[in-house]
Design a protein around this ligand. Structure first.
Ligand code: APR
Length: 340
């Protein structure tokens, strides 16, 4: 009996020690995306989770609900809900979805005024409590909000990134897989530029079993007009869902995309992922965030990969970055401290 007790308490001790070594992941915003992130992260056991929201009950309720699913799913991470930034202290990863989503008929840019104020509060909340965290922003309008977040928080640019390109690429791949009747896992793709109507699905970089889309058009495997329709649908992929849902915006695919970035950081997978990253000369731009391929390792956004763009791709990329710049200028008019 005594031996059995000793073994059991040692196992319990070891279990708690492992838990202590686990990464701490704080999710700021416990709404549709925040809740889905928490669930996915728990199932994947990427780390212990702190679900934060100004709506305290929402964060606590979702945390408790997800925690109670561990008896069925069997995951062994802790999850708590809170409205106190102290609980997020020393996070390894922070994923931000605090903000308002779109309503039907709205563009992401229409969210700027409201979400800028919210992101300032979040930056104030995390900058001193988790100065070493890898921060992934999902709040829209993405590129401008992530840039404002970096400026407000003062965290290093390689530790502050935005989630958009993985989601946009995933939408593009899904539509192509349906059209070409090809399993989605056989499709590689990149959607770059800003996360808005000017985003740039890269046809040359999109490959199905080693053939790029331009070659497939030449071989009549897909018509140019069908491909244009798919590109257009990808660009408006978020709005299509907003219209269908009537209340709120997409959350399953955005959450899955955020988790992909967090996992590459936590496990040092060094995946090259399309993310909104700070450009410092890459692609001919400086002091701006835009969607580019980024190697995500334990260092954060370790390296921006500069792929050779075709003339038309570069032209569209430039249009997209210009749109981000213009929106950031609007942000500077709302909050002149950003314009400095
Ligand atoms: N601090 C923390 N949480 C906040 C704050 C704040 N200052 N302000 C609002 N929130 C919380 C809300 O209480 C809400 O629970 O953010 C949460 C947002 O959740 P949802 O409204 O469900 O929105 P969601 O679909 O998750 O999208 C969040 O991500 O993709 C973007 O466009 C989307 O900007 C939106 C964001």
């Amino acid at each position: 009996m005594a031996i059995r007790y000793k073994i059991r308490s040692r196992i319990y001790y070891a279990y708690n020690e492992i838990k202590k070594m686990s990464k701490k992941i704080s999710l700021i915003g416990a709404g549709q995306i925040g809740g889905t992130l928490a669930h996915l992260i728990a199932i994947k056991e990427l780390g212990n989770i702190v679900l934060f929201d100004v709506a305290e009950g929402l964060a606590k309720g979702k945390a408790l609900d997800i925690a109670q699913s561990s008896g069925v799913t069997g995951f062994g991470v802790d999850i708590i809900g809170t409205n106190n930034y102290e609980d997020t202290k020393n996070s390894d990863v922070i994923i931000i979805t605090a903000g308002v989503p779109r309503k039907p008929g709205m563009s992401r840019d229409d969210l700027l005024g409201t979400n800028l104020k919210i992101i300032k509060q979040v930056a104030d909340g995390i900058k001193n409590t988790s100065p070493k965290a890898f921060v992934i922003c999902i709040t829209n309008p993405l590129d401008v909000i992530v840039m404002a977040l970096q400026k407000y928080s003062g965290l290093p640019t390689h530790k502050v990134v935005g989630m958009a390109g993985i989601l946009d690429s995933s939408r593009f791949k899904y539509f192509l897989s349906k059209e070409l009747k090809e399993p989605i896992k056989n499709i590689e793709s990149l959607v770059l530029g800003g996360h808005g109507d000017t985003m740039v699905p890269m046809t040359k970089q999109t490959k199905i079993k080693n053939k790029n889309l331009n070659e497939l058009v030449k071989e009549n495997k897909i018509s140019k007009s069908k491909l244009d329709d798919i590109i257009n649908r990808t660009r408006k992929g978020g709005a299509e869902i907003v219209k269908l849902l009537e209340r709120g915006s997409a959350f399953y695919a955005p959450a899955a995309s955020g988790v992909e970035m967090a996992e590459s950081y936590i496990k040092d997978l060094k995946k090259t992922l399309p993310c909104a990253a700070y450009l410092n000369g890459e692609y001919g731009y400086s002091n701006i965030y835009a969607g580019v391929p980024v190697v995500i390792s334990k260092k954060g956004a370790e390296k921006i990969v500069e792929i050779e763009l075709e003339k038309s791709e570069k032209l569209n990329f430039d249009i997209s970055v210009k749109a981000v710049k213009e929106l950031f200028e609007s942000a500077g008019k709302i909050d002149p401290t950003l314009a400095k």
